[in-house]
Design a protein around this ligand. Structure first.
Ligand code: FRU
Length: 479
């Protein structure tokens, strides 16, 4: 099928699902979702000619993985988004089974996309790193492959991320070696079309890391302050205490890159998010100089198949845009300030003393709300915040653990994710109809999760087993 035919079919499919979308209580109010079908990774994040562009991996024809398109949204403020026709469709010999993940850059006024062309041949696959170009940021012309698979790697070689430093272009690609080790490889170029292979810059069994996954996906590489940061999504890490509890991880290494070389001395891997649904994050620098990250608020795992939105013809969403701030050896995540535009009405503002007149305090949360809580010097008391009878946030100062519990959407069983936390100072919660993003202590730790509560159940209950003084602010959000 050619591009025009695909676009017609996609438009028909979107239309076909219109009614379904209106009747879905779990359709999110302020997150990016596909109009129909399955969404996965955010792609090509960029501010181009002043406007923010978010592309995403999209299978419009089913709520399962399949040949991927690049869906496209544009915004002036990172809050209100306009849906555009797919930017890339799987039409060519080099991308016919999927225009896989990649990135965007601006060069000489044009918007360039770099992505992976995925081709399946029986059980085998082929992979091509491809370019596409646009004069207006909406219609793209494909230029075909710019990089073929180098020796030493399997065809799991994908997700190019391109950036410029000191007048030279660089690209990192996620890869698997023929020994089945996950790595990130570097290329460089002076003209964005001819790329020189440099070699792996980080990976399993490199730079002092032991075995660390069989495939590394979706790399991103950028500078913050005087550090170089590699973001990557490794597959194949085994759970280790409270770490790596999801099937796949998304995290970062902070280090120093000897510019132009493959030398990248880095520290430990840190997970970006401690919740259930976060993967394949990508960043970009906007015109204000902010480093903004968006992740896939989902993950490819068994639970994916049980999401109730599938009955309404769609599945998955992207996280809110989050500004990254480097503090020591930690990346803090802050919801971008523009999200304040979503506030419709303040529904609570005040001090609450738990343990004086009862150990619980409750209220109602809106269909979508923002909740900020400051904790006044907690002692040894446990704090619990129960939301909509489905998810619970729990802090235990004695064990120094913060836990998120939710009812699994597969079978209703309670499941949890935990991280170590020395002190709880504040939480900032964004609650959409079926998602939760919790920023703890100014974004030191973040938990992201989808959850599917009874749409009528809107309670929020704060509890302690002793005494606690809280300052709570709550807003009804709308878009
Ligand atoms: C990550 C990923 C990428 C790939 C894309 C395909 O979720 O597997 O590595 O490019 O999804 O949709």
């Amino acid at each position: 099928m050619n591009q025009q035919e695909w676009l017609q079919q996609v438009a028909a499919k979107v239309k076909e699902n219109e009614e379904n979308r209106k009747k879905d209580p779990y359709r999110l109010l302020f997150h990016l979702m596909p109009p129909v079908g399955l969404l996965n990774d955010p792609n090509g994040l960029i501010q181009y000619r002043g406007r923010y562009h978010v592309f995403y991996q999209w299978n419009p024809f089913a709520t399962s993985h399949g040949p991927k398109f690049w869906g496209h949204y544009i915004s002036d403020d990172l809050v209100h988004w306009e849906e555009k026709p797919p930017a890339l469709t799987p039409t060519e010999w080099y991308d016919k089974h999927g225009c896989y993940s990649g990135s965007a850059i601006e060069e000489a006024g044009k918007l360039l996309l770099f992505y992976t062309g995925n081709v399946k041949k029986g059980e085998q696959r082929e992979t091509y790193q491809c370019a596409a170009v646009s004069d207006n940021g909406v219609q793209f012309e494909k230029e075909g492959p710019v990089i073929l698979l180098p020796a030493g790697f399997t065809a799991h070689f994908r997700d190019p991320k391109v950036w410029k430093r000191n007048d030279r272009w660089y690209m990192v690609v996620g890869a698997q070696t023929i020994k089945e080790e996950g790595v990130v490889v570097l290329f460089s170029s002076s003209d964005l079309r001819n790329w020189h292979y440099k070699g792996p810059i980080a990976g399993s069994c490199m730079n002092g890391l032991g075995h660390f996954g069989y495939m590394w996906e979706c790399p991103d590489f950028f500078q913050m302050d005087d550090k170089d940061i590699l973001l990557v999504s490794p597959q194949g890490l085994k759970p280790d205490g409270y770490r790596y509890e999801n099937l796949f991880q998304s995290g970062y290494f902070i280090g120093e890159w000897k510019e132009g070389t493959t030398e990248f001395a880095h520290g430990e891997f840190s997970e970006l998010d401690r919740g259930f649904d976060f993967y394949a994050a990508q960043t970009f620098k906007d015109e204000q100089g902010r480093r903004i990250m968006i992740g896939w608020m989902g993950i490819t795992d068994e639970q994916e198949l049980f999401q109730p939105t599938i009955k309404k013809g769609w599945v998955h969403a992207l996280t809110l845009p989050r500004e990254l701030v480097l503090e020591g050896t930690k990346l803090l995540q802050k919801p971008v300030v523009e999200l304040m535009k979503l506030r419709r009405k303040e529904t609570f503002h005040g001090h609450v003393s738990l343990g004086m007149n009862g150990k619980t305090w409750g209220g109602i949360c809106e269909e979508a709300s923002e909740i900020k809580v400051q904790f006044d010097e907690l002692g040894e008391e446990k704090i619990e915040i129960e939301i909509r009878g489905n998810v619970t946030l729990l802090f235990c100062p004695i064990k120094k653990l913060f836990t998120l519990r939710r009812k699994s959407y597969k079978d209703g069983a309670v499941e949890s994710r935990t991280c170590e936390l020395l002190r709880l100072e504040d939480v900032h919660i964004f609650l959409d109809t079926s998602s939760l993003e919790v920023f703890i202590n100014g974004g030191q730790e973040v938990f992201t999760a989808r959850f599917f509560a009874d749409p009528e159940e809107r309670s929020i209950v704060f509890k302690t087993n002793g005494r606690a003084n809280l300052f709570i602010q709550k807003w009804k959000l709308g878009n």
